[in-house]
Design a protein around this ligand. Structure first.
Ligand SMILES: [Zn+2]
Length: 443
């Protein structure tokens, strides 16, 4: 049956960036069929969601996420990247079993949907990635993800060590089983962790296989200055330039962070159309630095926005990331840097590009998948009502303002109630498994 979201202020993110007041969005068979003033009803049976007084926006798309880490939230504070990984995150990831991975993923998708996010590019731990796909399948979430790949590295626990051959074989098994399933909602992406945990041979094979199979590649690069120093010692090259020299660049590649880049690497990112994922909370909390996002955007580099992992944030909340992305560059780049519409573009169309789904999601236009959020900004923290709905959303909006969420035309949250998951049992399971993992990891 058709569904109409009626009378909302529709932030289309179409080419003209139209914001349509008092407009309807007609959803038919999972896709957006019409946007605008519908006028009279044509008599077809339909369900309605009344969005009067509210915004209708494209669902947010995270360009970088670790669902496997959500149970580690608030278990790894006060550390910089390499210590954070070696002392806390890797031992915790090593403690995961399939049940705890499922609990972590369920908690992730519950939080994401409640905050208006409908899709993500996710990096797992080494094992048990099937559980993340199973969770996204059941939650109705749009996931592009993959197991992380780690065939070398200092301080890596035995349970996370794998051979180059095993790493590639398990990735290909997962891709074979999940890529393109559920009407294309679940997709596979290779996820070599970062240069310091991958041999050159592994990175070259990932580059080749990704091109051969038309799969995406998702990795971290140039997050902290210390990491870049070690990469230079190990490879004799700058991080992003090294990855590109092995074939890891192009419009199918997303590099998370990119805080520390050379001018040559800026050019390389632009010319290869590689996506950068900006993770402002994570870069601040791990004391990594502030990426030069206004410059990258001005140069024409593709940028998305992401929360990264819960233990380096400590939320998975696109409204928090948008607010930070809008604010943290201004002291250096000026008050006009990162205007709200540009920030919202990173969180929607930028993410869609990072997932290779720009023809399918990221805007409210006829023919696209109906991945939508309805946001109520009438609370005291966001009032009074203003003309600039996007500025109001980016500067004043909170995830608790998200009222309804649709993915593939299916209502997955209505009046803040999750319809595809039992929130109380998700939270209870998360507590049980988080405590168990912390004990196993000696945290
Ligand atoms: Zn990350």
């Amino acid at each position: 049956m058709d569904l109409v979201i009626t009378n909302g202020t529709v932030v289309t993110m179409n080419r003209e960036r139209e914001v349509l007041a008092g407009a309807d969005v007609l959803v038919r068979q999972g896709r957006i069929a019409r946007v605008g003033k519908q006028g009279g009803v044509d008599g077809a049976p339909r369900r309605t969601i009344d969005a009067r007084g509210m915004l209708v926006i494209p669902g947010f798309v995270h360009g970088h996420l670790h669902a496997c880490q959500t149970l580690f939230r608030n278990h790894a504070d006060g550390l910089e990247l390499l210590d954070w990984l070696r002392d806390r995150i890797w031992p915790l990831e090593a403690a995961h079993d399939r049940a705890s991975m499922r609990a972590a993923a369920d908690l992730t998708f519950a939080e994401l949907i409640k905050g208006g996010s409908t899709a993500a590019l996710d990096m797992g731990t080494v094992r048990h990635y099937d559980a993340v796909f199973e969770s996204a399948r059941d939650a109705g979430f749009r996931l592009t993800g993959g197991k992380t790949m780690m065939d070398v590295g200092q301080g890596v626990p035995a349970q996370l060590r794998e051979t180059t051959a095993d790493s590639l074989a398990e990735s290909l098994r997962l891709a074979g089983q999940w890529h393109g399933t559920h009407d294309g909602r679940l997709r596979y992406a290779f996820a070599p962790r970062f240069v310091l945990s991958c041999t050159e041979g592994l990175l070259r094979q990932v580059a080749d296989k990704a091109r051969e199979l038309s799969l995406r590649v998702h990795t971290h690069a140039s997050e902290s200055a210390a990491e870049c120093d070690v990469v230079r010692q190990k490879t004799g090259n700058d991080n992003v330039a090294y990855l590109a020299s092995l074939g890891i660049s192009g419009d199918h590649v997303t590099l998370a962070h990119c805080v520390w880049l050379t001018a040559q690497e800026h050019r390389l990112l632009r010319e290869s159309r590689t996506s950068v994922c900006h993770c402002p909370s994570s870069n601040l909390k791990l004391a990594s630095g502030i990426a030069k996002i206004p410059e990258l955007l001005a140069e024409g580099v593709r940028v998305s926005l992401g929360a990264d992992g819960a233990p380096c944030n400590n939320n998975l909340d696109m409204l928090v990331e948008m607010r930070l992305a809008a604010l943290i560059h201004k002291p250096r780049a000026g008050a006009l840097a990162m205007p709200p519409m540009q920030v919202l573009e990173l969180a929607t169309l930028g993410g869609a590009r990072a997932l290779g789904l720009e023809a399918e999601v990221g805007s409210i236009e006829p023919g696209k998948r109906a991945d939508l959020a309805v946001v109520d900004l009438r609370g005291p923290h966001a009032s009074p009502r203003v003309e600039d709905a996007v500025g109001q959303l980016v500067y004043s909006g909170r995830s608790a303002d998200v009222r309804h969420v649709l993915i593939d035309g299916r209502v997955v949250m209505r009046d803040r109630e999750l319809l595809t998951m039992d929130e109380a049992s998700v939270l209870a399971e998360a507590d049980v498994h988080a405590g168990r993992l912390a004990e196993l990891a000696g945290a």
